[in-house]
Design a protein around this ligand. Structure first.
Ligand code: C2E
Ligand code: CA
Ligand code: CA
Length: 523
């Protein structure tokens, strides 16, 4: 049944992911459509530029024949060379040279050819800054409509070359047809082609500024489909990235919520327990360090996940609000320990981490009073560890202040945990009544190194603590060198792996009993 449920869940989410992918793909393609304008405009312009380049190349390759010597009526002497030139040209079929009077006196056409340029052509040549123009007329030579590329050189004459229109059409085709763009190529507004169908969605014209020619592109449905197909990879990329992000986000949320779900059951399923880390003090140099209290540290052992570190589940509990119940659980356990082993704990304390979310609750004092209702005097053996930071509103700060004052009156000691790592620092400790400053382990790491920046910092914390008349506990002490450096600085209270790691309740009681037996052999 359960497997069936998981399989169905997986299929459902797979279908949803597919839908999301397709929706993203469609959306990105729709968003891409406006960019098609850049695409077809660019293609149309490119096709015109391609024609311009080809025509300009032809023109420059014929320029040498516009020499003064060729303008004399000596056609016979260079006609072979001229014909060879035309023969070598890809798209020029015939060519003729005209003189200053616009009379074509030498031509590659077989037989005698002698005619004058049209006046309209002369006018266009004169109007053109490069003395170049095109014409699209029925020529006497071929009897068909042809394109003429005509250019002249002042005081010499000019050359007129015949280009079959199909060549120019084919050039535009190579640029536009792969994209299913129907087009009209026009020379002096006379169309060399006609558009095939009347089903265009939009059209775009581009006029050459060097030659009297233009290309009009007609963009129909098939162009847009082709465009989208060409950029399908882009749509797939966008949809793929968005879907991956969605899956990643969902997975993270799911794993967080499932962790949160497991945590919410952990208390009822007795998967939570407490380890206690002894805190030692060196009050009498003859006796050495002795345990004066311990910190309660919550542990969660999930059957599937194994040991989940408090750095993971405490923030989760804070977000879900479960931290209140967890704190009450720790407080009840601490009370039971003190109650059950009254004698062993006589002068010792248990500190409990109180999250900011908990300490700023108005009903927290009631809850604590309720838990300790029959053992009020044991509250004097309780330390609340709270951290300094500024994540509170003004209203919350008022409640914190009231709570701390009330707890102090009940005999609870208040410690600032991880001192030196928060932001509010002095301002925070001046506002509230504290008894202990716990110096965070980051300051202890390399204090044996003489150049360590931490020593002056610890010294200044000692000064602050002296002026506020609070006690200091240094956390995270892992070796003897650190102990002796701290000892030289006058630090008496230490918590760290060098002395004790966090241990289960029973091991703690054994440690305390052994210590008692050594210190009071007659008891
Ligand atoms: P914390 O309050 O700063 O607790 C001290 C942490 O330092 C503990 O980590 C302890 O195991 C570790 N520690 C102690 N001595 C040494 C040492 O010599 N070297 C090193 N490297 N570490 C040392 P732990 O148990 O993993 O707890 C992590 C944090 O989880 C605690 O930091 C505390 O902020 C939070 N936490 C644990 N239990 C509770 C709880 O019941 N309530 C709340 N609100 N927070 C808790
Ligand atoms: Ca702590
Ligand atoms: Ca700490």
């Amino acid at each position: 049944m359960n497997k069936h449920f998981i399989l169905k869940f997986k299929i459902d989410s797979g279908i949803k992911v597919c839908f999301f992918f397709i929706a993203c793909l469609i959306l990105s393609m729709v968003l891409l459509l406006p960019f098609s304008a850049f695409h077809y405009k660019n293609l149309t312009q490119t096709s015109v530029l391609y024609l311009e380049t080809e025509l300009t190349n032809i023109k420059s390759s014929f320029i040498p024949f516009l020499d003064k010597t060729f303008t004399q009526k000596n056609c016979a002497s260079f006609i072979r060379e001229f014909r060879q030139k035309v023969f070598n040209e890809k798209i020029v079929k015939e060519s003729g040279i005209f003189n200053q009077e616009d009379h074509v006196f030498c031509s590659t056409t077989q037989g005698d050819v002698s005619f004058n340029l049209f006046k309209s052509i002369r006018k266009r040549l004169n109007d053109s800054p490069t003395n170049t123009t095109l014409s699209y007329t029925k020529t006497a030579i071929t009897g068909e409509k042809s394109v003429l590329l005509i250019f002249s050189k002042p005081e010499v004459g000019g050359i007129s070359s015949l280009i079959p229109p199909q060549y120019l059409i084919d050039m535009v085709k190579t640029k536009l047809s792969p994209y299913d763009i129907d087009f009209k190529l026009a020379v002096i507004d006379r169309g060399l082609t006609q558009k095939k169908e009347n089903r265009e969605i939009t059209q775009y014209s581009y006029q050459s500024d060097k030659y009297p020619l233009s290309v009009t592109a007609y963009l129909g449905l098939s162009y847009y489909l082709n465009f989208l197909l060409n950029y399908l990879w882009f749509g797939c990329l966008v949809a793929g990235v968005s879907t991956s992000l969605l899956v990643f986000y969902k997975h993270k949320k799911l794993s967080q919520s499932s962790l949160g779900f497991s945590l919410s059951n952990a208390l009822d399923k007795h998967q939570l327990y407490i380890n206690y880390q002894p805190i030692v003090e060196n009050t009498d140099p003859n006796l050495g360090y002795k345990v004066v209290g311990c910190e309660s540290l919550l542990r969660w052992k999930d059957p599937q996940l194994g040991n989940v570190p408090p750095d993971v589940f405490i923030p989760l509990a804070e977000r879900s609000g479960l931290i209140n119940d967890l704190t009450y659980f720790v407080l009840k356990e601490a009370l039971n320990l003190l109650k059950t082993h009254k004698h062993t704990f006589k002068t010792l304390y248990i500190s409990v981490n109180i999250s900011r979310k908990v300490i700023c609750r108005k009903d927290f004092i009631e809850k604590v009073n309720d838990i300790f209702k029959n053992e009020k005097q044991l509250l004097t053996q309780i330390v609340f560890e709270i951290t300094e930071n500024t994540e509170c509103s003004e209203a919350e700060l008022v409640v914190i202040k009231e709570n701390l004052k009330a707890f102090s009156e009940l005999g609870v000691k208040i410690a600032i945990d991880d001192f030196g790592t928060g932001y509010s620092g002095l301002d925070f400790i001046r506002k509230f009544p504290f008894h202990i400053l716990k110096i965070d382990k980051v300051f202890v790491k390399n204090i044996t190194d003489e150049s360590s920046y931490a020593i002056p910092l610890i010294e200044s914390i000692i000064q602050i603590s002296n002026s506020l008349k609070t006690k200091i506990i240094v956390e995270g002490v892992e070796n003897i060198a650190q102990v002796s450096t701290l000892n030289n600085l006058g630090i008496e209270c230490i918590q760290g792996f060098h002395f004790y790691k966090p241990v289960p309740k029973k091991a703690l009681v054994d440690i305390l009993r052994r210590q008692k037996a050594i210190n009071n052999p007659n008891e």
